[in-house]
Design a protein around this ligand. Sequence first.
Ligand SMILES: Nc1nc2c(c(=O)[nH]1)N[C@H]1C(S)=C(S)[C@@H](COP(=O)(O)OP(=O)(O)OC[C@H]3O[C@@H](n4cnc5c(=O)[nH]c(N)nc54)[C@H](O)[C@@H]3O)O[C@H]1N2
Ligand SMILES: Nc1nc2c(c(=O)[nH]1)N[C@H]1C(S)=C(S)[C@@H](COP(=O)(O)OP(=O)(O)OC[C@H]3O[C@@H](n4cnc5c(=O)[nH]c(N)nc54)[C@H](O)[C@@H]3O)O[C@H]1N2
Ligand code: SF4
Ligand SMILES: [Mo]
Length: 738
Amino acid sequence: MPNPALYRNDPTVRIVTGACPHDCPDTCSWQIAVDRKDGRALDIWGHPDHPVTQGTLCGKVDRYLERVYHADRLRHPQRRVGPKGSGRFERISWNEALAGIAARLREIIDAWGAEAVLPYSYAGTMGWLQQHGMSDRFFQQMGASRLARTICSEAGFEGYLYTIGSTIGIEPEDFAHARLILIWGSNTLTSNLHLWPFIQAARKQGARVIVIDPARTRTARAADEWLPLRPGTDGALALALMHEIIDAGLHDGDYVAAYTVGFEQLAQRVQEWTPQRAAEITGIPAERISRLAREYATTRPAAIRVNYGMQRHYGGGMAMRNITCLPALVGAWRERGGGIQLSTSGQLRQLETTGLQRPDLQQGRIPRTINMNRLGDALSLDRTRLATAHYAPRPVDRKPSPAAAGPPVKALIVYNSNPAAVTPDQAAVQAGLAREDLFTVVLEHFQTDTADYADYLLPATTQAEHWDLQRMYGHHYLALNRPAITPVAETRPNSAIFRGLAQAMGYTDSAFYEDDETVLRNFVAAQNHPLYEPVTWDALLEKGFVRLNLPQPFLPFAQGNFPTPSGKCEFYSERMARDGYDPLPTYTPPNSVAGGQWTLAGGNGEERANGARGARAVDSTLACISPPAHSFLNSSFSNLERFRGREKEPLLWIHPQDASVRRIDDGARLRVWNGLGEVRLTARVTDDIMAGTVLAPGIWWNKHSVDGRNVNQLTPQDETDMGASGSFYDVRVHVERV
Ligand SMILES: Nc1nc2c(c(=O)[nH]1)N[C@H]1C(S)=C(S)[C@@H](COP(=O)(O)OP(=O)(O)OC[C@H]3O[C@@H](n4cnc5c(=O)[nH]c(N)nc54)[C@H](O)[C@@H]3O)O[C@H]1N2
Ligand SMILES: Nc1nc2c(c(=O)[nH]1)N[C@H]1C(S)=C(S)[C@@H](COP(=O)(O)OP(=O)(O)OC[C@H]3O[C@@H](n4cnc5c(=O)[nH]c(N)nc54)[C@H](O)[C@@H]3O)O[C@H]1N2
Ligand code: SF4
Ligand SMILES: [Mo]
C-alpha cells in the first residue's frame, strides 16, 4: 500500500494530481508520486480529498504504473511486415509513419471519397482531449464516415430519456440516505466500486439492499438479498411492480397528479401485468414480486441504481423506460436518497463543445453514420451488409438501400478501442480486418488483438503521460489530469498523433496547430452555463477536481421539472409514439427467448448460420451473458499477468442442473457454440448463476484464450429496440464437453 504521507514529506518527490481515464462511472482523482531526480513515477493512490474517490483506487488502477512501465508497452511506430493479422511489424520513425499514412489516406480519398475512411473508437480513455478533441477535428476536416458510439449504453439511455428527459439522477453521496436500495442490472462492487461506501452507510442506518441479477455476483453476495431473474425480462418485472403498486393504491397520488402525464393510461396498461404473469416470464415467484412492490412503495427513501447490464438485450430500451417510471409513481424523487440513477452524464449536456470539436470543419457535409456494433457488416464488401451497418436507431429511421450505402470502408483508424476483442460477431469483424485491401491504422498502448491487423501501429501515451479533462458519469465532479511523467520512449498522445496526421494531410486550419494545454484551457474558458461556473482552469489546476454547480442535497425532480417535452415524467410519451414505439410501458422480450424475435445477422435475410439463427430457440440451448470479469476493464488490463492471474482462465459459469444433464463437471473443457461461432471455455459449475443461463466473464483477449477466440464469437450484431445498441447479453448457446 502506498503511503502518501511519507511521499508528501519527502523533498525528492513531486506529487502530481490526475484522474483515471477509464470507462467507469467513478472517475477517480488520483495522485502520482514522481522522483524529482529521474522523473520516474514511484507510486499512485486515490485522491484523499475527493468526496467520491475517498483516497482509494480500484484493484486495477492502483496498479496503473505497472501498465505504464510494462515491458509490453508499444514504444515506437511500426509498420506491418507479415501477412494481415500476423502481428509482425518493423520499427519506423514517426516521420515515415505519418507521411506513409497520409499518402495512403489521400489515395483512398481520391479514389473512393472521404466516407471510405472510418474512425473506430470508444472509451479507452474518457478524456475530452484524448477521446474527442483533436481526432474529432481531424475526421471532420476530412469528411470521413461518422461513427455512432452505441456499443454500451444507448438502449438504456433512450428509455430513460423518453421517460424523464435527461440522464441525471441521485448522486452517489445521497445513497447514504436511502432505506431501500435496488441494485438493478449492475455489479456495483466490480463496476462502480465507489458507490459502495455510501450504500454501506445507508445499511448502517437500517437500509436493505436487493440485487436483481441473473447471477449471484460479488455485489449480490454482499447485499441483503439476491433476486435472480431471467436475462432480458426486467421490463416485465417493472410492469408487475407498477400493477401491484397501483392496484393496492400505494402510488403517490399527489406527486403523480402534479408531475406526471399518462397515469390513467398506465393504470390501464398494467392491469394485465399480474405478478403471476411476470413470474412466468422472469422466474421470480409471484409472491416475491408482490411483496417487492409493497416494500418499494412504502419504504422511504427508496433508491434504484440501475445500470447497463440489464439493457444489453433486444428490449433493453423499453425495460429501462419501465423501470424509470417507478420513482415518479411512488413519489420517491421527493426525498434525499430517493429516485433512480442510471448515469449523471446528463449534467454535461449544456457543455459548449463546438470550440473543442469544431463541427464547422465539416463545411456543411453530412457524411454517413456507421453503427459501431455493426463493424462486421461495415467492413463487408457486400453492399447489403454495408447498408445494414448504417445507423438507424428508431423504428422511424430507415437504412439506405444497398445502392445508396456509400463506398466500401477502405481505411479504418482505430484508437481507444479493441474491436477485435470487444465488438459483437467477432468472426465478421475478423474477416473484415483480414481484408488485404483494407488499410488499418491502430493507436494503442499494447499490441492488442486489433493491433495484430494494423498496417501501421502507433504507440500512444497513457494517462500518466498526457493532459486531459475527465468527464464523469457516476457523480458530479469533473477532474483535470496532469501528466506526471514524460512520455515513455517514443509514445505520443492521441492528440499529438492526430495533429501530426492533420499536418501531414496538409490541413491548414489553426485548430491543428493548438497544443494540448491550449485546447483544454480554451474548452474550459468557453463554458458559460451556470452549471459549470466553478469549473475554471485555475480551480482545476489548484484542486484537480471541481464539483458542478449543483445544490446539496441534490433533488432534481422533487417538484417535477422534468426536462421532457411536457415538463413531467412521461408515463405516456408522445415522442415515443412519433418515433415508432408504443407510447406506454410495455414488455419487449429479448431476441433470445422463444417467442422473441430472433433476427438474422444484419437483419438482411442472409443466413450465415447453421444453428439456431432464424429459428426459435430450442430447449437444449442456454441463455448466455458475458459481463466484465472483476479484474479486467472491458479488454483493458486483461493482457497483464497480474490481472490475468486473478481471473485464471476464460470461464463459463453453469448451474449444476444444466451441467449434470450435459455430464459436465467443474473444470471441464467446454465447447460453446451457436450459429455465429464457437469458443472454448472452462466450466465453473456453480449455483451463482440461475439455471438456464450461463455466464462467461469478459473480456479476454483472443490471443490469451485457448482457441484464440473469445465470447464475442457468439454475440450478434443485432441492434436493441432503442438506440441501436449492442445485444451482448441476448444470446443463446449450445454447451458441451470436449
Ligand atoms: N471492473 C470493471 N469495471 C467496469 C467495467 C469492466 O469491464 N470492469 N466496465 C465499465 C463499463 S464500460 C461499463 S458499461 C460498466 C458496466 O457495468 P454494469 O452497468 O454494472 O453492467 P454489466 O457489468 O454489464 O452488468 C451488470 C450486471 O447485470 C447482470 N445482467 C445481465 N443481464 C441482465 C438482465 O437482463 N437483467 C438484470 N437485471 N441483470 C442482468 C450481469 O449479470 C451483471 O452482474 O462498468 C464499467 N466498470
Ligand atoms: N461480450 C461482451 N462484449 C462487450 C461487453 C460485454 O459486457 N460483454 N461490454 C461492452 C462495453 S459496455 C463496452 S463499453 C465495450 C468497450 O470496448 P472498448 O472501449 O474498446 O474497451 P477496451 O477493451 O477497454 O479497449 C480500450 C483500448 O483503448 C486503449 N487505450 C486506452 N487509453 C488510450 C489512449 O489514450 N490512446 C489510445 N490510442 N489507446 C488507448 C487500451 O489500451 C485498450 O486496448 O465493450 C463491449 N463489449
Ligand atoms: S477504473 Fe473506476 S474505480 Fe478504478 S480507479 Fe478508475 S474510476 Fe476509479
Ligand atoms: Mo460500457
